[in-house]
Design a protein around this ligand. Structure first.
Ligand code: AKG
Ligand code: FE2
Length: 369
């Protein structure tokens, strides 16, 4: 038996975890509310996957390329598009500022998200389901039915399209959650449309017809709650992963934790107030025929503070096929990815433990056509 597994087993025995195995499914918040002082064995990563294995000189946080939305509507548009193009190629990440989303809308979303996770367990449990196609889903870890090691994160996923259909399923408590989350979802969707139009322009793809498809596309909002963790070096809030859609808009509270894999090193992204961290997802990597990269990222947890983030994932509608744009496939650059759809993604994540960029890897053509 590997040493890490043995250590986890010892830790589990020490904490009398056998009887409590089902408690992990109830989430990290529930564990913390029951006053744990050690990280249970189920959350302890093998040594090689732990966040700060070797003490290294502290690295400066990563300054992501900044996309100024105001300047997109000025004579500087071409310059901003250049920044955007370079960011999508080199980092797979950028920061969006001067975006016109009201800071009150942003503040209220964070605040109501926090109050949701402060509700009694029984209230949150009403939305706990493993049905990944539902309009609302509360859960824990990354892929809780498959994860060998759990991660230190609870989530509320809200499907946002079409809003009138999904809304009656959203939590009715806190009583103002629907109102705050709708307003936030609509604002982020509008911002996504502006940024997506710019991305299509940098890719040189005919925008009008594609933009209509994005307008009718999917939006999934994920409210992530990472409670303070007694031993943050043993676990992660989210394991290294890439996101499935075209673009993800991440809103962080004032606690840092998001790390991006950049040139082989994990670098922390600075939480800038009132900005969004935006990342390229697997679908955009496929659509751009590999020109833009969906980059691995992960989340560290914190001993002193709990952290909340809201990720809004945008893609085409769930029944659309995502394929390399024909405008980006030619003799010099053959088609590098298979066509894919949402059903293929769901089948994939329900059949295995998603690791790293494994879904995207499964879409790569070994013999480009
Ligand atoms: O919490 C964060 O900052 C990132 C969340 C994330 O990567 C995700 O929800 O996919
Ligand atoms: Fe992510």
């Amino acid at each position: 038996m590997d040493m890490a597994v043995q250590a986890n087993k010892r830790r589990s025995e020490e904490l009398g975890e056998k009887e409590n195995a089902n408690n992990y499914m109830k989430g990290v918040r529930h564990l913390c509310d029951n006053g744990i002082t050690k990280v249970p064995g189920r959350y302890i990563l093998p040594l090689a996957d732990r966040p700060r294995r070797i003490p290294v000189a502290p690295k400066a946080n990563l300054k992501l390329p900044v996309v100024d939305v105001g300047r997109l509507f000025s004579p500087d548009r071409a310059q901003v598009l250049e920044t955007l193009d370079a960011a999508c190629k080199e980092y797979g990440f950028f920061q969006v500022v001067n975006h016109n989303v009201d800071c009150q809308v942003i503040g209220r979303m964070i605040e109501v998200g926090k109050r949701f996770f402060e509700l009694p367990f029984e209230e949150r449990a009403k939305y706990m389901t493993t049905d990944i196609r539902g309009a609302v889903r509360c859960g824990t870890s990354f892929n809780q039915t498959k994860d060998q090691v759990f991660c230190w994160r609870d989530f509320l996923k809200l499907s946002c399209h079409p809003l009138e259909t999904v809304l009656p399923f959203w939590p009715s408590s806190p009583s103002d959650l629907r109102e705050k989350a709708i307003s936030y979802a609509k604002n982020v969707k509008s911002l996504f449309m502006v940024i997506m139009a710019a991305v299509l322009q940098t890719l040189g793809v005919d925008t009008a017809s594609s933009l209509e498809e994005f307008d009718e596309g999917s939006q999934l909002m994920v409210v992530n709650c990472y409670p303070a963790c007694p031993e943050p070096d043993l676990t992660l809030g989210m394991p290294p992963h890439s996101d499935y859609g075209f673009l993800t808009f991440v809103l962080q509270d004032d606690v840092e934790g998001l790390q991006v894999l950049h040139r082989g090193e994990w670098i922390t992204v600075d939480p800038l107030p009132n900005s969004f961290v935006v990342n390229v997802g697997d679908h955009l990597e496929i659509f751009s025929n590999g020109k833009y990269k969906s980059v691995l990222h992960r989340v560290l947890v914190n001993a002193a503070k709990s952290r909340l983030s809201v990720a809004s994932l945008h893609s085409l509608s769930f029944d659309s096929v995502v394929r390399p744009s024909p405008e980006l496939v030619n003799r010099e650059r053959p088609k590098l990815y298979k066509d894919t759809d949402f059903a293929a993604f769901l089948d994939y994540i329900t059949s295995c433990e998603p690791k790293q960029k494994s879904f995207l890897d499964s879409r790569k053509l070994s013999h480009p056509t």
